[in-house]
Design a protein around this ligand. Structure first.
Ligand SMILES: Nc1ncnc2c1ncn2[C@@H]1O[C@H](COP(=O)(O)OP(=O)(O)OP(=O)(O)O)[C@@H](O)[C@H]1O
Length: 252
């Protein structure tokens, strides 16, 4: 529904420990089409989280512009596009029950709690609604974080390595859940990962960044069918295309 236009003239952080402040982005342009699932792959420290923070409006200290375009004929509410952000760490409030954590983006009233409960049902955690986050496994906490992101019915969903540190089976279950949630509530996704297999499994477009300032060094549409995404040979062929040989963008 929502397209994103990134036109970053320059982004740099202040100089630290006597080192000059090198720009992380300079003349960086990226258009994200509505409903695409864009996966960003890049070496550690190259600016992926910074980019998500700028899209989210958490970091406004840069020269340039990030624009959101509603679908043809549509318009955003007075507050602009709804942006959900799923972080590497689930970041649940430990003093609030699971249900209240999920209801939080909606303001917390009775209607919000009902919507949150429906979301928890969808991610298979209805029974944990009254528990505190510390009682949940990391995989369950990540499910709660997904529920909290989707309860907002976001126009844009930003995800920063949301499935890292899970075992392969746990990560696969969460990828499955994410696909199901997106099938019901299509949205524009920008997803950061170091795992190129995960990128190929989920993405409709893979963008690899490298260098300082960061530049786009690969930009590949993924047109694999759901079936082909399960084929190790197909995934491997595309993975090689994205990461190239000897790239530091890939940990796997
Ligand atoms: N608040 C900050 N102040 C100063 N420098 C920062 C700040 N945040 C990030 N940086 C620097 O900016 C660069 C990009 O950081 P960023 O976290 O965006 O990278 P990343 O690609 O997401 O890394 P990773 O894959 O390790 O998470 C790094 O060199 C980092 O040290």
């Amino acid at each position: 529904m929502t397209g994103i236009v990134l036109d970053i003239v320059e982004k740099r952080f202040p100089a630290a420990a006597g080192a000059p402040a090198a720009p992380i982005y300079r003349d960086f342009r990226l258009d994200v089409a509505p409903f695409s699932f864009l996966v960003l792959l890049a070496p550690s420290g190259s600016g992926k989280t910074t980019l998500l923070n700028m899209i989210a409006g958490l970091d406004r200290d840069f020269a340039g512009r990030i624009g959101f375009e509603p679908a043809a004929g549509g318009a955003f509410g007075p507050e602009g596009p709804r942006i959900a952000y799923a972080f590497q760490n689930p970041r649940l409030l430990p003093w609030r029950r699971v249900l209240d954590n999920v209801a939080l983006p909606l303001g917390g009233g009775e209607a919000a709690r009902e919507a949150a409960l429906a979301m928890l049902r969808e991610v298979g955690l209805e029974e944990q609604a009254g528990a505190y986050p510390e009682r949940l496994s990391l995989g369950q906490q990540r499910r709660v974080a997904l529920a909290r992101a989707f309860v907002l019915d976001p126009d844009v969903l930003l995800m920063d390595e949301p499935f890292v540190s899970l075992d392969e089976a746990g990560a696969a279950r969460l990828r499955d859940l994410l696909r199901r949630l997106l099938a019901r509530r299509p949205t524009t996704v920008v997803f950061v990962t170091h795992d190129s297999r995960e990128a190929v499994e989920l993405g409709t477009r893979l963008v690899r960044l490298d260098g300082a300032p960061a530049r786009i060094v690969a930009d590949i549409p993924v047109t694999l069918s759901a079936e082909d995404r399960c084929s190790p040979a197909m995934v491997e062929a595309l993975r090689r295309q994205v990461v190239g040989h000897g790239s530091s963008a890939d940990r796997s």
